[in-house]
Write a protein that binds this ligand. Sequence first.
Ligand code: NAD
Ligand code: TYD
Length: 341
Amino acid sequence: MSRKKILVTGGAGFIGGNFVQYMVDKYPQYDIYNLDLLTYAGDLTKHKHIETKDNYYFVKADIAERETIMALFEKEKFEYVVHFAAESHVDRSITDPGIFVQTNVLGTQILLDAARAVEVTKFVHVSTDEVYGELDFDPSTFFTEETPLQPNSPYSASKASSDLLVRAYHETYGLPVSITRCSNNYGPYHFPEKLIPLTISRVLNEQKVPVYGDGKNIRDWLHVNDHCAAINLVMHEGVNGEVYNVGGHNEKTNLEVVKTIIKTLGKSEELIEFVKDRLGHDKRYAIDPTKLENLGWKPTYTFETGIAQTIQWYLDNTEWWEQIISGDYQKYFDKQYTVNK
Ligand code: NAD
Ligand code: TYD
């Protein structure tokens, strides 16, 4: 098989980081370039074991810096782009929406221009089910690829905007794109500002776990390894111009998630603390993944097997998340949850 040059943006983050490792290990014959700005969410220590591999490269750059990105594409002539880089946390988008527009919208548009200039073979845009807005609690309703876009948070609005630009570059210029829209991910290297790693790290430290509102909001959880396999499939076999929803029918209320973690770690439910609800808090997300299953994907984890593996990973890798929560993270946490109370 010929060598392929693949640019992964946001490869120092949670999902992009798992995807970089998945691709470096699975395809020694591909060259994997990890481009990342190393914001608060980016961390390269997770890649220590692949840094010396011949097929892994790191580039520190901002996707929203046009000249840098255009020059890099001209030099490297990437064939594939898998675009994860983004501001990704809903709570941060509520307090500071501007950077979400800058990175998620403008950054994506610059990447699209660069991909067009070198005539890439495929541009995979990693998006989210949050662009569809929210579902009510009727368990027979799901997001399909035809569900209208109705984003409710500045984060999801910025992702929906980037999706529309990606679509437009396909329709207008014939750029070979595919868009994936995934449900909530969890697994190793998940930054502890998000519900699952936040709960695990705080329960392990015997600290209160903040649950927004009544804890009855529902998310559809997908293990990050299953997401990586889905993106790999779409990169190789996704039809140009098409959208693929990614999810494994693992709906849980937030309270169920938190209680499962507390029980697995043998701690008390008294650690749960109900706090003021998130503004514009979406009630429920749930994915119909039929289209991607027809392309040949199926998840390998249930929520039960995935959460057990994830909790064990956090127990085995305390030094990774402890270094994160000991820095600026603590300032973020104090600000975020003081405001909420
Ligand atoms: P993350 O916040 O963990 O990582 C984002 C990465 O992007 C970080 O390494 C950060 O340094 C980098 N980055 C940010 N701004 C940048 C810029 N201007 N230039 C270059 N790099 C920059 O995010 P994640 O959870 O891994 O999410 C990755 C993608 O998947 C995002 O596009 C997100 O919208 C999407 N997604 C996430 C989930 C989820 O549950 N986490 C679900 C569906 C879709
Ligand atoms: P999160 O992990 O931030 O992902 P998203 O907002 O993209 O779904 O939140 C998952 C759910 O958990 C969401 O309904 C909000 C809720 N939540 C809490 O109850 N407490 C918290 O401290 C956090 C971060 C989230």
